[in-house]
Design a protein around this ligand. Structure first.
Ligand code: GLC
Length: 801
């Protein structure tokens, strides 16, 4: 097996000189004497696709990752045939293709700075074992270059100096150096000289990335089959790179229902019904907000998907309804392995219709999972996905389950050394038949996609909610995800923080970890610190394997319960802020979490930071990752920041100590921000919102903030029934102006905003609301100036004495 790209390794083949050039609208073809063709497509001015064949002919062009909604179109495309190379210019990029070697160089069109250059470039090795090629690419690693991305790698955010593999793998109790784990997202961002670019290697075979590990000046990537097929995405801002990649591989097709952004409680497993009820009623009794309760595999009859254990759950429909009446949405697990059982209708149907995966020589792919011996649907076949979607009718439409959790979909197989299917298993791959070598990394994605389609159909007119463990690029279109079977250790709290940030910079923001740790049991302190981090993760769920004791917020001592409640309440207060950030993600692909490097790439201090991150656009958070801490040192990015707890203003651009006893954590708000908040609720929709709180943080200067709102579920927002408000804050030494701009057709039930101004540097002499003077006694002040204003206001003007 090929494990490196070294020039010295025997058998590498290279393109020879170009003998032919053709152009077909946005696509250019460069053919070499030895039948290599480079197909270069200008997707956009800043996005170029490079695709190579070594046989003079391309395979069918098919990708599960690229969305049909990806933006296309460019402003400029010029091609010059020069002595040594072809020069292709768009309005953002200049690309040189060397005539002798087919090597590629890319430059910023604005100032000519070299962004990326092939080192030995495209090369390949024939795979005599499997047929086809092992395809390879090597590029120069620039001075001071850093690398970010690749999905769920549980290691330092900056990938430089490391080598990684993409092969989705069931990884119980993985550690900081375990690679690969559950996801395969072959996309990274490179950053040097304050320019960021991305490379998305859209090849679903087992692939590898080497970031200046094997050789100090070289970054390379290769796959054990398929085509060298990658997209080069230029920024120069890292946020633009991530947004472009997300545009290409897809933003979530729908906003999640707002409840899905609330708190979720899970365990393997809550059963029987009385146990489930005991858990949910304890949440309500202790007044700890919670929106979702999970049923792990034991709800089924002998782990048969789409069945119920009637001893434990005699009347699921009634139970789900009673839970719903108490504000709980029920989420149920569904795995891919279908128990071999001739009396089981799902099995029979799939067998009769030939929906199961088969080995190369014809027998079914048989493997052991929870139910014992199973067969596995081939989700890469459209007909099988349709059938699978249809299976959700009873669970969703009739019983009323609100979300589905897809697990073990790498696919995980027990008692075999490679933990999955053997390589020879056949897949349809949407009419491009192939072996498991090609389909492995996308199998879980296609399962989640079929599940999503089922939920979409049967939850209608409500929005679907799906969670998956395995994922390939593009899976974010359909589902949320979690980081798999982690462990209750402080190191895993660090890992969870890195993984959520890394997923966000890999286009998949709707992610979170098993809070408290899946394996083993946390102490109350670790659990508390993990909840504190979790309130900032888009997917916010406690889960544990259960065989190590209880992990509910009350399973520790009452101090833990109180702090955990306080933090979950903060999450619920921040829901409109998070929902707005989610809207930006769904609309523009903007990551929900921004590592400091994404927030301020110009500041090189941020390139090696891992712990601090920005939640949305304006809240800076940093978890405490050690036991017995009274605070921690952290880096505050440039600009001025309000301490969330004390309102003390800190000037950033430096590392400093921040106090954070167990009932606190370092949280800061960017000056000028207007943060929308809801009142505390036990679950989404518990209360009719009478007034939305706007926490405004004074700034001398300008800052703009947004508030998105809609019905919190359903499809009306897709028809324009949403409201998008932009608040522009302008502060001067004795003046503050807040302007509101409104878009959209949705009218929320609340009538007013409760505006709370932090850090106002002057005493108010006069207040004008839409040019009308309002009495000063309208404002209450005890450090924070508070007033209630009509939600349709256009301009508020405070004048100082
Ligand atoms: C896998 C999942 C875990 C789940 C368990 C039982 O280990 O990762 O979350 O609880 O299976 O279904």
């Amino acid at each position: 097996m090929i494990v490196n790209t070294e020039l010295e390794s025997k058998g590498n083949l290279f393109p020879s000189n170009i003998i032919d050039f053709k152009k077909d609208v946005d696509t250019l073809y460069f053919t070499t004497e030895n039948e290599v063709i480079l197909q270069l497509t200008v997707v956009r001015d800043s996005v170029l696709r490079f695709r190579y064949t070594t046989t003079g002919k391309f395979e069918n062009d098919f990708s599960y990752a690229i969305t049909k909604y990806a933006s296309r179109g460019y402003n400029k495309l010029e091609i010059e045939d020069l002595k040594t190379h072809y020069k292709i210019s768009t309005s953002k990029l200049i690309c040189h293709i060397d005539k002798d070697t087919l090597k590629v160089q890319l430059f910023d069109a604005a100032d000519g700075l070299a962004i990326s250059q092939d080192e030995i470039g495209f090369h390949w090795e024939e795979s005599y074992e499997h047929g086809g090629n092992i395809v390879k690419m090597s590029k120069v690693s620039n001075d001071g270059e850093s690398y970010f991305g690749l999905g769920d790698k549980p290691n330092h955010l900056n990938l430089k100096g490391k080598r990684y593999e993409n092969w989705v793998t069931d990884s119980y109790a993985y550690g900081k150096d375990t690679d690969p784990i559950y996801k395969a997202i072959p996309f990274y961002t490179g950053l040097h000289h304050n320019r960021a670019y991305g490379i998305f290697f859209d090849n679903s075979f087992r692939s590898f990335f080497d970031f200046a590990h094997e050789r100090r000046n070289v970054t390379s990537f290769w796959a054990q089959g398929g085509e060298m097929n990658y997209y080069f995405i230029y920024g120069p801002q890292m946020t633009e790179v991530v947004e472009s990649y997300t545009d290409l591989t897809g933003k979530p097709h729908l906003l999640p229902p707002l409840w899905a952004l609330g708190f979720h409680q899970c365990k393997w497993s809550y059963y029987p019904e009385s146990k489930v009820k005991e858990i949910t009623s304890t949440f309500r009794k202790l007044q700890i907000p919670c929106d979702a309760i999970y049923l792990d595999i034991d709800y089924m009859d002998g782990f048969r998907c789409f069945t119920w254990n009637k001893d434990y759950f005699p009347d699921p429909k009634r139970m789900v309804k009673e839970l719903a009446d108490d504000g709980f949405k029920t989420v149920a697990i569904i795995d891919p392995g279908i128990k071999i059982d001739k009396d089981y209708s799902v099995f029979k149907e799939a067998l009769d219709n030939d929906y199961f995966c088969k080995r190369a020589d014809g027998p079914y792919m048989k493997g052991k999972v929870w139910p014992g011996e199973c067969y596995f649907p081939d989700y890469t076949k459209p007909e099988v996905r349709d059938w699978w979607s249809g299976l959700f009718k009873e669970l969703i439409e009739d019983i009323g389950v609100k979300g589905v959790w897809n697990d073990m979909n790498e696919p995980a197989v027990m008692e075999v050394p490679n933990k999955t299917f053997p390589d020879d298993v056949r897949h349809d791959y949407d009419g491009n038949p192939c072996s498991h070598r090609k389909a492995h990394n996308i199998y879980g994605m296609q399962m989640a996609r079929a599940t999503y389609q089922g939920l979409k159909k049967f939850s209608y007119p409500k929005r679907p909610f799906v969670i998956t463990r395995s994922a390939y690029s593009g899976t974010q279109r359909y589902t949320s995800t979690w980081t798999g079977d982690n462990v209750a250790t402080w190191e895993h709290l660090w890992i969870a923080n890195v993984q959520a940030q890394r997923m966000a910079m890999s286009g998949f923001s709707f992610a979170g970890s098993d809070i408290g740790g899946f394996a083993e049991q946390p102490q109350g302190e670790l659990f508390t610190r993990w909840i504190q981090l979790g309130i900032f993760h888009p997917f916010f769920r406690v889960h544990s394997s259960g065989d190590h004791g209880d992990q509910e917020p009350w399973a520790f001592d009452t101090d833990v319960t109180d702090v955990v409640r306080k933090f979950i309440e903060i999450r619920y207060e921040l829901l409109p802020y998070l929902y707005t950030a989610f809207w930006h993600y769904v609309e523009q692909g903007t990551p929900l979490l921004k590592s400091l490097v994404l927030y301020d790439q110009e500041d090189v201090q941020t390139h090696y930071r891992t712990d601090e991150f920005i939640f949305g656009n304006q809240i800076l958070a940093c978890p405490v990752l050690e036991p017995n801490a009274k605070g921690r040192r952290m880096y505050i990015p440039k600009g001025n920041w309000f301490n969330f707890w004390t309102d003390e203003v800190i000037k950033g651009g430096k590392e400093m100590w921040v106090d954070a006893d167990i009932d606190s954590m370092p949280i800061f708000v960017k000056e000028g921000a207007i943060i929308p908040k809801y009142p505390k609720q036990q679950y989404v929709g518990e209360k009719q919102i009478e007034s939305v709180i706007l926490e405004a943080y004074f700034k001398t200067g300008k800052e703009s903030s947004q508030l998105f709102d809609d019905a919190h579920d359903g499809y009306d927002y897709t028809k324009g029934r949403y409201s998008y408000r932009t608040f522009k804050l302008l502060g001067k030494s004795n003046e503050l102006i807040i302007q509101q701009h409104k878009e959209g057709k949705f009218n929320a039930s609340y009538k007013t905003f409760e505006l709370r101004i932090h850090g106002l540097p002057f005493e108010i002499k006069e207040i004008q609301l839409d040019n009308v003077i309002i009495p000063l006694d309208h404002v209450k002040s005890n450090g924070i100036s508070t007033m209630t204003i009509d939600k349709e206001f256009t301009e508020l003007h405070l004048i100082g004495k």
